[in-house]
Design a protein around this ligand. Structure first.
Ligand code: ZN
Length: 115
């Protein structure tokens, strides 16, 4: 049994569910290192950085660099998520009923056929 991370509904083990993986990572454009950067004394900057790292928690630091979130979604929440990933948590007005992807995938041999 799974639980939908969108609406909290129970998703039976053999039922169609969706997984959304979200990776949030720190990104930079290519750094340009000048001769001045190489000659400069970095000691004070490094000491400041180390003292900042001491204050912040390890988890917080890790999340500032990389965070992966995996969501289990029921078919209705998958539709909401795909339509508006950044506003997924908000209640969106219901639209047309979803196509029966479950039946389609099962007709192709995925999942378990109803007996
Ligand atoms: Zn849901």
């Amino acid at each position: 049994m799974y639980q939908c991370d969108g609406c909290g509904a129970a998703i039976p083990r053999k039922a169609l569910r969706y997984q959304a993986s979200i990776e949030v990572r720190a990104a930079y454009d290519t750094l340009e290192v000048s001769l001045w950067d190489l000659l400069r004394d970095h000691r004070r900057e490094l000491e400041e950085l180390v003292s900042q790292l001491d204050k912040a928690g390890a988890t917080e630091l890790e999340e500032q660099v990389y965070k992966k979130i995996t969501l289990d979604l029921c078919p209705q929440c998958q539709r909401r998520f795909v339509q508006s990933p950044l506003r997924f948590g908000e209640c969106l007005p219901a639209d047309s009923p979803p196509a029966d992807i479950d039946a389609f995938l099962r007709s192709l041999g995925f999942g378990q056929r109803n007996e």
